[in-house]
Design a protein around this ligand. Structure first.
Ligand SMILES: Cc1cc2nc3c(=O)[nH]c(=O)nc-3n(C[C@H](O)[C@H](O)[C@H](O)COP(=O)(O)OP(=O)(O)OC[C@H]3O[C@@H](n4cnc5c(N)ncnc54)[C@H](O)[C@@H]3O)c2cc1C
Length: 498
C-alpha cells in the first residue's frame, strides 16, 4: 500500500536511494519521497569519488589495506581541533563496511576508475565512478523501480507523525497545491534529506551570522532532515563544522561532457567494459574536464600575488585571509568575484607545481585548461580593456585598482603587475560545499536523543545522519551516503515486531 509502506525514506539523493534499494532487496515495501521534481540531491552534482579500503580494485592492483589503517589515515585530513570532535567508533564501523558497499554498487552495474592516490592516505583508496556521480542516481533508481520500490517526486516532507509514546509512525507531505497527505510506515522512517549548506538560518544559528550570506553549492540543501530530526528530539552534533566556505567558479552553462555520457543501461555497461582499455592520459583528460567544472582555485594564487576584484573593478579584501576572503566575496554585487593575473603569474600557473585547481595526484588544471575548457569564465588578452569588457567590468576602475595595487607592492617577493598580458578567471563565488553536522545515531542508524536513547521509528543516513563523524578528504561523503543507506535499509527491513 503506497500510503502505508513498511519503510518511508525521506530524500532521493545517494543515501536515500541506497536505503530504499537495500530495504527493497530485503523484502520491504518501500516508499521514497523526494522534495524536488527530480532525484539526485547533492549526490547528483558531485564528482563521484568513493573512498574505500579492501576493495577488489585495490586487490587487482596489489594494494593491501585494512579498515584500521584507513581509519588512521582518515584522521589526518582535518585540522587537529576538528578531528578531536570525530566519532571514532562510528567512523571505524563505517570504514569496515565501505568495500562491501562499493562491491554492491559494482554488482549493480556501476564502473569505477582507480584506486587513485590521495595523500595523506598511505595507499590509493579513491575510486571514481564512471562517467560521474549521476551514474549512482540513475543506476540506483533503475534498480529500485525494478525491484518494486515506489518513488514520489515533488513530495516535500513537512513534519513527522508520532504516536502517544513519542515513536515516529510516518510523515506528512505538503504538496504545492497546499494539500497535506499523511503516510504511515510500519517499520520506520529514514531521514536521508542531505545537508544544510544553503540554509542561512541553520548556518547563522550554529556558525554565526557573518556566514549567513554564503551560499551552498546545492541551492536545495536546506537542512530539512536536521529540522525533522530535531523536532522528534534528536540530538544534533558538530553543526558548526562545514566543508568550506571556499571560492569556486560558477558552473558552466548547459551540460558538461560527463553529463552527456550514458549513466545506466547498455551504454553505461559498455563504457564500464571499455574502462580497462582507456589509457591513463585519456582518463586524466576526462577528469580534467571535471576539475574545471566545480573545483576551487588554489589559495596559493593569492599568496603569489593574484588579486580579487568585484564587478565594479574594485579590490575589496585581503585575498590571503580565510575565511574573511569568502565572507567579503559574499558581500559583493551578485556575491561574485574575479581573479586577475598578469602575464608572469599566468605563466607560473601554466605548469606543475603551480596549478589553478586539482584533484590531488590525479590531474591538475592550469590557466590553458581553463581558457580551452571554460571559455565562459576564462579570458586572456594583452589589453585590460578586452578582459574587463568580457564581464562588463569598467576598465577605468580596473586601471585604478591595478595602479593602487602596484603602488602598495613594496615587498621584494611580491612584484608589481606587469602589463603585458592579462587573464581574468571568474565569476567565482564563496560556497559551502557540504555541512558536517548531523543527527546523533547508533550503529543501527537509530537517531538518538540528548540522553543517547534511540527515538523509536526514526533513522538517519547520509549527511542527515552523520552522527558526529568528520569525513574530510575526497570520497568519504559518498562512501558514507551509500554505506549508511545500504546498512540502514537492510536493518530496518529485517526488523521483526512481536
Ligand atoms: C560539487 C560537489 C562535489 C562533490 N563531490 C564529491 C565526491 O566526489 N565524493 C564525495 O564523497 N563527496 C562529494 N561531495 C559531497 C557528497 O556529494 C554529498 O555529501 C553526498 O552525496 C550527500 O548525499 P546525501 O544522500 O546525504 O544527500 P543528497 O544527495 O543531497 O540527497 C538529499 C535528498 O533529499 C531531498 N530532500 C531534502 N529535504 C527533503 C524533504 N523535506 N522531503 C523530501 N525530500 C527532501 C533533497 O532534495 C535531495 O534529493 C560533493 C559535493 C559537492 C557540492
Amino acid at each position: 500500500m503506497e500510503n502505508s509502506p513498511d519503510i518511508i525514506v525521506v530524500g532521493g539523493g545517494g543515501s536515500g536511494l541506497a536505503t530504499a534499494v537495500s530495504a527493497a532487496e530485503h523484502g520491504a515495501n518501500v516508499l521514497l519521497l523526494e522534495k524536488q521534481p527530480a532525484l539526485g540531491g547533492t549526490t547528483g552534482i558531485a564528482v563521484g569519488s568513493f573512498t574505500a579500503n579492501g576493495t577488489r580494485l585495490q586487490e587487482r592492483n596489489g594494494i593491501k589495506d585494512s579498515p584500521e589503517s584507513h581509519e588512521m589515515d582518515s584522521g589526518r585530513f582535518a585540522t587537529t581541533d576538528i578531528e578531536a570532535r570525530n566519532n571514532n567508533a562510528l567512523r571505524k564501523f563505517f570504514l569496515s563496511h565501505s568495500a562491501d558497499t562499493l562491491h554492491w554498487l559494482m554488482d549493480m552495474g556501476l564502473s569505477f576508475h582507480g584506486p587513485n592516490p590521495e595523500p595523506p592516505n598511505r595507499v590509493p583508496r579513491m575510486h571514481n565512478v564512471i562517467p560521474g556521480a549521476k551514474a549512482y542516481v540513475a543506476t540506483l533508481h533503475a534498480r529500485l523501480v525494478n525491484i518494486g520500490g515506489t518513488v514520489r517526486v515533488n513530495s516535500p516532507v513537512q513534519r513527522l507523525l508520532r504516536n502517544d509514546n513519542g515513536a515516529v509512525t510516518g510523515v506528512a507531505v505538503l504538496y504545492k497545491d497546499g494539500k497535506e497527505t499523511e503516510f504511515f510506515a510500519s517499520r520506520g522512517v529514514v531521514l536521508a534529506a542531505g545537508d544544510y549548506a544553503n540554509c542561512p538560518s541553520t548556518i547563522s544559528r550554529f556558525k554565526g551570522d557573518r556566514y549567513a550570506s554564503i551560499e551552498g553549492i546545492n541551492l536545495n540543501a536546506k537542512g530539512d532532515g536536521h529540522r525533522l530530526a530535531e523536532s522528534a528530539g534528536a540530538k544534533l552534533l558538530n553543526m558548526d563544522v562545514t566543508y568550506g566556505p571556499e571560492l569556486r567558479f560558477v558552473p558552466p552553462p548547459g551540460k558538461t561532457f560527463q553529463q552527456l555520457l550514458p549513466k545506466s543501461g547498455v551504454g553505461a555497461r559498455l563504457l564500464g567494459h571499455l574502462l580497462p582499455f582507456i589509457p591513463q592520459f585519456a582518463m586524466n583528460a576526462m577528469i580534467s574536464r571535471l576539475l574545471v567544472t566545480w573545483q576551487h582555485p588554489e589559495s596559493s594564487l593569492f599568496d603569489d600575488g593574484a588579486i580579487l576584484i568585484n564587478r565594479k573593478g574594485e579590490r575589496f579584501c585581503d585575498e590571503t585571509l580565510w575565511p574573511e576572503r569568502e565572507i567579503a566575496v559574499a558581500a559583493q554585487p551578485e556575491k561574485e568575484c574575479f581573479i586577475l593575473l598578469d602575464r608572469s603569474l599566468a605563466e607560473r600557473y601554466s605548469q606543475w607545481p603551480k596549478f589553478i585547481s586539482t584533484a590531488p595526484k590525479i590531474a591538475y588544471a592550469y590557466v590553458a585548461d581553463y581558457l580551452r575548457l571554460r571559455p565562459d569564465i576564462a579570458v586572456q588578452s594583452p589589453s585590460i580593456e578586452t578582459v574587463a569588457e568580457r564581464h562588463n567590468i569598467p576598465a577605468d576602475a580596473l586601471h585604478k585598482t591595478i595602479e593602487a595595487t602596484n603602488n602598495a607592492r613594496t615587498s621584494a617577493d611580491l612584484k608589481p603587475f606587469d602589463d603585458l598580458r592579462w587573464t581574468i578567471l571568474g565569476p567565482a563565488k564563496a560556497y559551502f560545499t557540504t555541512t558536517e553536522g548531523g543527527a546523533a545515531i547508533n550503529q543501527q542508524f537509530q537517531t538518538l536523543d540528548e540522553n543517547g536513547r534511540p527515538i523509536p521509528g526514526l533513522y538517519a543516513v547520509g549527511q542527515t545522519g552523520l552522527g558526529g563523524q568528520i569525513l574530510w578528504g575526497h570520497g568519504l561523503h559518498i562512501a558514507w551516503a551509500m554505506t549508511s543507506g545500504r546498512l540502514a535499509g537492510r536493518h530496518v527491513a529485517q526488523l521483526r515486531f512481536e
